[in-house]
Design a protein around this ligand. Structure first.
Ligand code: SAH
Length: 344
């Protein structure tokens, strides 16, 4: 570690922010010592805010029908090989019931942008979930919607909304998405969600095609300024039936480094060790937690649809990634000195 790097590391730890140029230097020239120092500090910050607790969220993948055509995503509309499904209200409630019995206090409803989920249907669903499980939080991750729609979902009782910004660079955004989608709209959605009082989640993929160190530095700058309540980051993993099938997967090591940096710039952020991280590395979840993450999101979707929500090749939905195997996850967390808690 050179003197300048040392200076940056301490500046980041003390002030919780850096200039974009400095983030670039930090990412580009990091070495083992840089990673270790920041990791240790991230774990300290994590402990100050969350002790050794790991929060769990039950992920219900409500539909893989999507009107969008994101170039990286396995359930993009052009992928005619995907067998499409949509869970009924009854199936979603039943998944939540299973989750509640297992000890989950947060349900995350994630899906493609499926027009069947109108505001009316979602309001009804959210109200029922909140009525049945008043001690639980409802998180939505259903893509971009209009402000009025978000407002209605919030009024119906939804607590949180996850909408990764995907990249904070307009040009990079255009390379990952079809022309019809816009960086501006995604950002507008994020601003609206925050204003409406949702606990809001941003995030991005690490190693997505065309991503530069400058892009990642911008992502960090964006997180530093936006201060999301949640942040999902995971390595990009190619899906064989997408235009990005030939690109290589992102790095586990860089993802973990960025988890540490994010924990430092957003000390209280709910930061998952994502499924993608667990998919690329059998020890991925542990590595994520040991880098400053504090959330895991096991899969609660009905067994018959799990294989169909295939965002990328090899996506895990079994073992410690499956809600039924909570015991397995608990043991794995205990082995590294952490404890899974039933908190929303
Ligand atoms: N339709 C919702 C949910 C998208 S899926 C939305 O637009 O927010 C959740 C996240 O999975 C995406 O935000 C994206 O960052 C990630 N993802 C999609 N394809 C991926 C891939 N090939 N590799 C890694 N992560 C991927």
């Amino acid at each position: 570690m050179d003197n300048y790097m040392n200076e940056l590391v301490y500046k980041l730890m003390d002030s919780r922010k850096l200039e974009t140029e400095e983030y670039i230097y930090l990412i580009r020239y990091r070495d083992h010592d840089t990673e270790e120092l920041l990791r240790e500090h991230a774990v300290k910050v994590r402990k100050e805010n969350y002790g050794n607790e790991v929060l769990i969220r039950g992920l219900i993948e409500v539909s893989n029908i999507c009107k969008n055509d994101c170039l990286y995503c396995g359930i993009r509309k052009s992928n005619w090989r995907t067998e499409r499904y949509r869970l009924s209200e009854k199936e979603i409630l039943s998944a939540a019931e299973t989750g509640y019995r297992l000890g989950f206090k947060t349900f995350v409803l994630q899906g493609g942008e499926d027009a069947w989920y109108t505001d009316e249907r979602l309001e009804k669903l959210i109200r029922q979930l909140k009525k049945r499980y008043p001690d639980c939080a409802v998180t939505l991750s259903l893509g971009e919607r209009g402000r009025e729609s978000f407002e209605r979902l919030r009024a119906a009782g939804a607590d949180r909304y996850l909408l990764r910004h995907e990249t904070a660079d307009r040009e990079h955004y255009r390379k990952l998405h079809p022309q019809e989608m816009s960086f501006e709209h995604r950002m507008e959605c994020l601003m609206a969600l925050k204003e409406l009082g949702f606990q809001t989640g941003a995030g991005f993929m690490v190693g997505s095609p065309f991503q530069t160190t400058e892009n990642l530095a911008r992502d960090l700058k964006f997180l530093e300024e936006f201060q999301p309540e949640m942040c999902g980051i995971g390595p990009f993993i190619p899906h064989h039936d997408t235009p990005f099938s030939g690109y290589s997967a992102g790095s586990v090591e860089l993802t973990c480094f960025l988890l540490s940096v994010i924990r430092i710039i957003c000390p209280k952020v709910l930061l998952p060790a994502t499924t993608a991280l667990g998919t690329l590395d059998p020890e991925g979840r542990e590595k994520g937690i040991l880098s400053g993450a504090n959330v895991v999101m096991p899969n609660l979707s009905p067994a018959n649809v799990r294989g169909k929500y295939l965002l990328y090749d090899g996506k895990l939905a079994t073992g410690a990634e499956s809600a039924e195997n909570l015991l397995n996850l608990k043991r794995r967390m205990e082995k590294i000195g952490y404890v899974v808690v039933e908190k929303k």
